[in-house]
Structures are given as structure tokens and as C-alpha cells.
Design a protein around this ligand. Structure first.
Ligand SMILES: [Zn+2]
Length: 409
């Protein structure tokens, strides 16, 4: 009988100038790290000097919409990306047309394909949004809840019940949101900037936090996702989190209007007080949150895939190294320390943002890790290749099977 389930041999650890290390895994956890560990394993992996790190975490994916681009035209993307993002609202209205056809039975096939890609590329945790409104009804939520069970132990899916088209704007959405949470959704998802009046925006934020309290769940909100410096729902959300004691349980996404703010003096301390992280997706829109200033101000920032072939963005492979590679250009984070930060933004920082506990490559931690062929972070970003091996919850991912499943649909 082997001493360990899995042994990774001759791996390089990030930032360590030390000799190559072995990582032993047993009972779902990292059992030992050291030079030339003794004791055999049922599965032996030779890293050949490639880096071994925490697995990737995708904190933002519109999973119910993946591959729906093939059912629509280019109108929504044109409105979202054009004219300084001032028409982002009409882009969301155009994109909503596909939801008239929503049916759990075809959505699930697309979801499986995207999650197979996640596993193949070493992403073990995903925060996934499912639209909840009069058109989508609960079809997306049901598909994601089903996929969450199917991929258990490989890719952990946090299902966000997401009021994409608003609450005041979309009669009946509030009741459907409550129903989605009762069905088992993990996170309450809002989009307050989309409402028509300040009163409706405030009510939207209040409703999401009320629902989160009712079901004891975290909140994720898409804020200020348009080219309008007057959008300030990020601050309203952070203030609400503080007021309701939901620190560290409210996650902000996008905040693209921040690119147009004249200063961040009010925003950064408020986000720190709310212990609110921000997910940015610079490849899916021309305006970006002010990542470097937020990081310098002590706010946790991470990167998300956001979309895979939907009305808003045509590409995407659920490959977080690819997302970080694109962000390196769009945010101009190209120095060695900045590349290390980008890597954190798709691993440990993303894990912190969505509440994945103990996401660290240390003895005793859950064994969620990737072994790359690249010897360092620079090469990992350059190639953004699939890992040599992916370990999720202590078990080796069958990457050949995942590649087949991703291509099979
Ligand atoms: Zn998004």
C-alpha cells in the first residue's frame, strides 16, 4: 500500500530559490512538502522543474449564457463596447432577447462544456451567475444547480441567483430571486446601477442584503458597468455592507465607471472598511476599474473570466492564465512583481474574494493545486497553456476526459 495518494516530484515553488520540492497528497489534503520525500504514492507526477501553485479560481462567470453568441447577432456587443460604454444599458436589453429561448435542457450542455474547460485549465472554484428574471425564469439557476452536483469534487460551483435585468425594472424578479435562493442558490446577485431612479437603486441594494440575511448567504453585485462617472453604486454597496455587518461577505464586480472618477479618496477607505473585494475583467470591456490604485490602497482585487462566447464577449476558454495574460496588457502590469500579483489575482486573491478557505500551498491545506510545465510565472503567463497536472480536492483531474467533454458538445 502506498504512503500517499499522489506525489508531485521535482516541483518549483513560487518565490522559492530553494531546491526543487516534492509535494505529497493524502486524504484530500497536502500531507508533506520537502526535498526528495520518501514513501511511494498511488499516482506519481514528475513536474520536471515546473512550478506547482494553488489552483486557479474564477470569481466571475456568466455561466448560464456561455456559448449563446451563436444564437444572437452582434448588436449587443456593439452597444456594450462602443461609444465609451455609454450605451451599456441598451446592450443588456439587447442581450436579454436570447433569454426568451431559455431552457434548462440546452443550457446544461453549454454549462458542462465550460466547466470541463475549467477543470482542464486548472480552475477548481467558480462563482457562476445565473440570470433570474421574467424571461430567464429559473431555467439558468436549475441548470447551474444541476451542474454544481455533477462537478462536485472537480470544480466547486457557487451559484449566484442574479437579477440581471433589475428588480424595480423587472416585475416579478424579486419573487423569483427568493425562489432561486430557496432552491439552493449560494449567493445573492444584484445589479443596482441598472435601475431607473435613485430610489429604485437604493431599494435594489437593500433587497439583496435583506435576502442575503434571510438565507445567510453572501452578496455579489455588478456595479457601475457603464461609461458614466455619475454611477456610484460601488460606494452605496460598500456602505450597505458596513451598515448591515456584512463585511467580507459582499463582493463587487466590474465598477468600470471608476475609470472616469476624478478621485478615489472616498471609495478606497470605504471598500477597506467593508472588507469588500473587487473582481475586474479588463478583456470584456474598454473601461476598467483602477486596479493599481486599489491594490496600493489595500483593497483585494482579482480577475474573472466574465463571459464565454455570449452577447458581450466572443472568446474565452475558462483559462485563468489566459485572462491574466490579457490583463497584463490591458492594465499594463508587466514588471516581475506585477506579474506575480496577476498570478495571485487568479489564485489566492480570487479565492479570498469568494470565500474559499485555506487556499494555500501548505501542509494541512486542502489539496487544490496545479503543476505547470513553465518554470516561473513569466513563462506561465506567456504560454497560458493547460497545466501538466491538476489536483482538485486531493484527486487528479482526468484532463484527457475533460478535453473530450469540452469538445464533445
Ligand atoms: Zn459580468
Amino acid at each position: 500500500m502506498s504512503a500517499f495518494d499522489i506525489a508531485v516530484r521535482r516541483a518549483r515553488l513560487r518565490g522559492a530559490g530553494k531546491p526543487l520540492q516534492d509535494i505529497a497528497i493524502g486524504g484530500g489534503r497536502i500531507a508533506a512538502i520537502g526535498e526528495r520525500l520518501s514513501g511511494g504514492a498511488a499516482t506519481e507526477i514528475d513536474a520536471r522543474g515546473g512550478i506547482a501553485t494553488e489552483s486557479f479560481v474564477n470569481p466571475h462567470l456568466h455561466l448560464c449564457k456561455v456559448y449563446t453568441l451563436f444564437m444572437t447577432d452582434d448588436e449587443a456587443a456593439r452597444a456594450y463596447h462602443g461609444a465609451g460604454m455609454r450605451q451599456a444599458m441598451s446592450a443588456i436589453e439587447l442581450a436579454a432577447r436570447v433569454k426568451a429561448k431559455y431552457d434548462e435542457r440546452w443550457i446544461i450542455d453549454n454549462v458542462r462544456r465550460a466547466l470541463a474547460l475549467a477543470a482542464l485549465y486548472g480552475t477548481t472554484h467558480v462563482r457562476a451567475f445565473a440570470d433570474v428574471d421574467g424571461k430567464a425564469r429559473l431555467e439558468g439557476v436549475r441548470a447551474l444547480l444541476r451542474a454544481r452536483e455533477e462537478f462536485k469534487g472537480m470544480v466547486d460551483v457557487q451559484v449566484v441567483a442574479f437579477a440581471q435585468d433589475g428588480l424595480a425594472r423587472e416585475p416579478g424578479a424579486a419573487a423569483l430571486m427568493r425562489e432561486a435562493m430557496a432552491l439552493g442558490a449560494d449567493v445573492v446577485g444584484g445589479i443596482p446601477w441598472i435601475e431607473r431612479t435613485a430610489a429604485d437603486t437604493a431599494a435594489h441594494i437593500a433587497f439583496c442584503f435583506e435576502l442575503a440575511r434571510e438565507f445567510d448567504r453572501d452578496v455579489s453585485m455588478l456595479v457601475d458597468d457603464a461609461g458614466d462617472a455619475g454611477l456610484r453604486t460601488l460606494e452605496a454597496m460598500a456602505a450597505e455592507a458596513v451598515k448591515r455587518g456584512w463585511q467580507n461577505r459582499a463582493l463587487a464586480h466590474h465598477a468600470r465607471a471608476m475609470a472616469l472618477y476624478s478621485d478615489l479618496e472616498k471609495v478606497i477607505p470605504l471598500m477597506r472598511e467593508a472588507r469588500m473585494s473587487l473582481v475586474t475583467d479588463p478583456h470584456t470591456g474598454p473601461l476598467h476599474a483602477r486596479v493599481k490604485e486599489l491594490l496600493a490602497g489595500g483593497v483585494n482585487v482579482c480577475l474573472g473570466q466574465d463571459d464565454i462566447s455570449d452577447s458581450f464577449y466572443p472568446f474565452g476558454r475558462n483559462n485563468m492564465l489566459e485572462v491574466a495574460f490579457l490583463a497584463a496588457h490591458l492594465l499594463w502590469m508587466t514588471t516581475r512583481p506585477e506579474m506575480e500579483t496577476l498570478y495571485d489575482m487568479v489564485t489566492t486573491r480570487a479565492a479570498q474574494a469568494i470565500g474559499v478557505p485555506e487556499h494555500t500551498l501548505q501542509v494541512g491545506a486542502p489539496a487544490n493545486l496545479v503543476v505547470l510545465e513553465a518554470p516561473d510565472v513569466l513563462e506561465a503567463l506567456r504560454e497560458h497553456a493547460a497545466p501538466l497536472a491538476v489536483v482538485s480536492h486531493g484527486k487528479l483531474i482526468d484532463q484527457a476526459r475533460m478535453r473530450h467533454e469540452a469538445a464533445a458538445v
